[in-house]
Write a protein that binds this ligand. Structure first.
Ligand code: B12
Ligand SMILES: *[C@@H]1O[C@H](CO)[C@@H](O)[C@H](O)[C@H]1NC(C)=O
Ligand SMILES: *[C@@H]1O[C@H](CO)[C@@H](O)[C@H](O)[C@H]1NC(C)=O
Ligand SMILES: *[C@@H]1O[C@H](CO)[C@@H](O)[C@H](O)[C@H]1NC(C)=O
Ligand SMILES: *[C@@H]1O[C@H](CO)[C@@H](O)[C@H](O)[C@H]1NC(C)=O
Ligand SMILES: *[C@@H]1O[C@H](CO)[C@@H](O)[C@H](O)[C@H]1NC(C)=O
Ligand SMILES: *[C@@H]1O[C@H](CO)[C@@H](O)[C@H](O)[C@H]1NC(C)=O
Ligand SMILES: *[C@@H]1O[C@H](CO)[C@@H](O)[C@H](O)[C@H]1NC(C)=O
Ligand SMILES: *[C@@H]1O[C@H](CO)[C@@H](O)[C@H](O)[C@H]1NC(C)=O
Length: 431
């Protein structure tokens, strides 16, 4: 089932300039299907600013009017922009701007009061400068650079179209991690490039004619790469990239044939993942939610989009069912390895139901010299920053990769539940 998106007048005007660009959007029929996501978001403490911004943005886009929750998120964000705006990464700040500015609500004034657009312009410049001095590596990554361009584009910030054209070529190495195209990154870039393209067409931003053609060409190629990551069950990339891929495909239906993507199939696959409990981290729930209700980050500055969606939204969130794990004494064993140039292995026994991180902690007790590690808190849980005293480095594009049976995991150490007899590995890798 494909439903055409209801567009406000501005939208109609815009789309009449781009005749064939109609958003192909499908959305959930039964809104109760998304309740587990709302639960996860509501029960979040969101002490981390990226989570708070992602959750706020999501709630506003889909029109959920829980003032208690919103106020908590805004308080968290405000604290961060007041005290430590210089510590925020460019992408964090971009997300904050999108969250505060979405749907023309009172907190929008914080953007201007704290000069957040100016700060973002400077942070974006710093990313570019780092690329110039560190063989093309930004301070953060292209997912964040895309967020930067998107926020600057939506909120009339100053950015150079020529720079965008120079940097966002689909062959740029920053779209790939370990040779694999990153669907999340590509999807965010499509949203950013689509915004820039619309501004060029509207004449809001000046550029030479070639820029528009190149941006169209980039978009087409990125959309192809995203679609090439579609799995047989409909997911695009993995469960956590699927929502963002859907957003990208919603805004770029000009660039693929109707028979190349079955929106409903992808939507159903995402709903299956909700049932499986895949989105049990607030940020994961927040990232997938907008697409399931046919929204995209480009709706952020459409006046009516957010508000009108709220009317028919019936939130009846059941009390979360607290499942007390059975007091089972059963244990499982896994083969855990640390691979640098050499491989160090141990047979590690942990209680059934343990996660990857439990295995690492147990191994650390077995032999600290070999299996010691450090972590850093992130919205996705603890990120492994060093193992055996060897730290990962952004400038060298190195990281500690998590694998099972030689295949990279699509969840982090605190989320991935391990199985008996599994071959687990943390590998010193380049991306
Ligand atoms: C860039 C990126 C990376 C980079 C991070 C370094 C860099 N140069 O920035 C690299 C390639 C190293 C990486 C590694 C991994 N990543 Co990653 N990553 C991303 C991506 C595309 C963007 C993150 C970002 O900048 N967000 C925006 C900023 C504003 O938010 P932030 O919170 O400040 O971002 C930081 C954290 O997100 C952290 N980070 C990045 N990835 C991960 C993964 C985990 C599990 C944790 C705890 C933290 C973390 O690094 C970011 C920059 O400092 C996201 C996509 C997404 N949808 O979010 C995936 C994503 C977060 N990663 C993911 C995964 C699975 C991993 C790995 C576990 C893969 C693996 N098999 O090894 C490893 C982490 C292993 C470890 N050491 O703990 C998943 C998480 C899913 C989940 N349910 O947990 C995502 C959603 C991608 C996906 N669709 O699968 N990642
Ligand atoms: C709103 O959010 C708060 C805080 O997360 C939560 O306790 C409350 O139940 C929510 N209210 C409704 C009506 O969902
Ligand atoms: C906008 O940024 C460009 C560089 O990207 C700079 O040359 C120009 O002066 C800036 N314009 C304004 C109005 O800040
Ligand atoms: C479009 O991009 C592809 C590679 O992505 C390139 O081969 C082709 O020449 C480009 N076409 C135009 C018109 O720029
Ligand atoms: C709305 O919520 C009420 C319970 O609060 C429920 O009985 C009703 O079926 C819901 N309606 C829809 C359309 O989901
Ligand atoms: C554990 O894994 C390592 C690395 O893959 C391998 O060399 C070793 O033989 C494995 N040990 C067992 C007992 O399977
Ligand atoms: C791995 O081995 C290579 C070649 O012998 C060496 O240059 C590199 O420093 C080693 N890496 C680590 C992390 O020990
Ligand atoms: C690992 O240890 C457990 C418990 O000591 C044992 O039952 C299992 O056979 C061992 N596995 C290997 C591959 O050595
Ligand atoms: C840890 O492993 C190293 C290298 O295999 C070994 O030299 C050391 O004795 C081990 N330490 C313990 C406490 O087992």
């Amino acid at each position: 089932m494909r439903q055409s998106h209801q567009l406000p007048l501005v939208g109609l005007l815009l789309f009449s300039l781009i005749p064939s660009q109609l958003c192909e959007i499908c959305e959930v029929g039964d809104k109760n299907d998304i309740n587990p996501l709302l639960n996860t978001m509501m029960n979040s403490k969101c002490t981390e600013v990226t989570s708070a911004a992602n959750v706020l943005l999501s709630l506003k886009l889909v029109g959920i009017q829980n003032q208690t929750l919103r106020k908590e998120m805004i308080k968290q964000i405000k604290y961060n922009v007041k005290r430590r705006v210089s510590d925020l990464s460019s992408g964090q700040l971009a997300l904050i701007i999108l969250a505060l500015g979405a749907c023309r609500s009172p907190e929008e004034t914080l953007i201007y009061h704290y000069h957040l657009i100016d700060h973002l312009e400077n942070k974006f410049q710093a990313e570019i400068k780092n690329m110039e001095t560190h063989s093309g590596n930004p301070l953060t990554n292209y997912y964040q650079l895309s967020l930067d361009v998107l926020a600057l584009c939506l909120f009339d910030g100053n950015y150079s179209t020529a720079e965008v054209v120079k940097r966002f070529n689909p062959e740029n190495k920053n779209y790939y991690f370990g040779g694999q195209f990153s669907v999340d990154t590509g999807a965010m870039a499509v949203l950013a490039l689509t915004c820039v393209k619309r501004s060029l067409i509207n004449g809001q931003v000046k550029a030479d004619g070639g820029d528009l053609m190149k941006i169209s060409n980039y978009t087409k190629s990125l959309v192809e790469k995203i679609l090439s990551k579609k799995k047989r069950n409909g997911l695009i990339g993995n469960p956590y990239s699927t929502g963002e891929a859907m957003q990208a495909l919603f805004v770029s239906s000009d660039y693929y044939d109707e028979n190349e993507w079955n929106c409903q199939e992808t939507l159903n696959a995402a709903l299956m993942e909700i049932c499986r409990g895949a989105f049990n981290v607030p940020i994961a729930a927040a990232q997938v939610l907008p697409a399931l209700l046919g929204k995209t980050y480009l709706d952020v500055n459409k006046d009516s989009s957010c508000v009108s969606g709220s009317g028919n939204f019936n939130i009846s969130i059941p009390e979360p069912i607290i499942v007390t794990p059975p007091e089972s004494q059963s244990h499982i064993s896994v083969n855990y390895s640390v691979r640098i140039n050499e491989t160090y292995s141990a047979n590690v026994t942990v209680p059934d139901g343990s996660v990857f991180l439990d295995v690492m902690e147990k191994a650390q007790k077995i032999n600290y010299t070999i299996f010691c590690f450090t972590t850093e808190e992130t919205p996705w849980g603890p990120y492994i920053t060093s193992v055996q005293g060897l730290p990962a480095s952004k400038n060298d594009r190195t990281y500690w990769e998590l694998l099972s049976g030689g295949k990279p995991l699509d969840q982090g150490a605190v989320s991935y539940v391990v199985h008996n007899g599994e071959n687990l590995e943390v590998r010193w890798s380049k991306y």
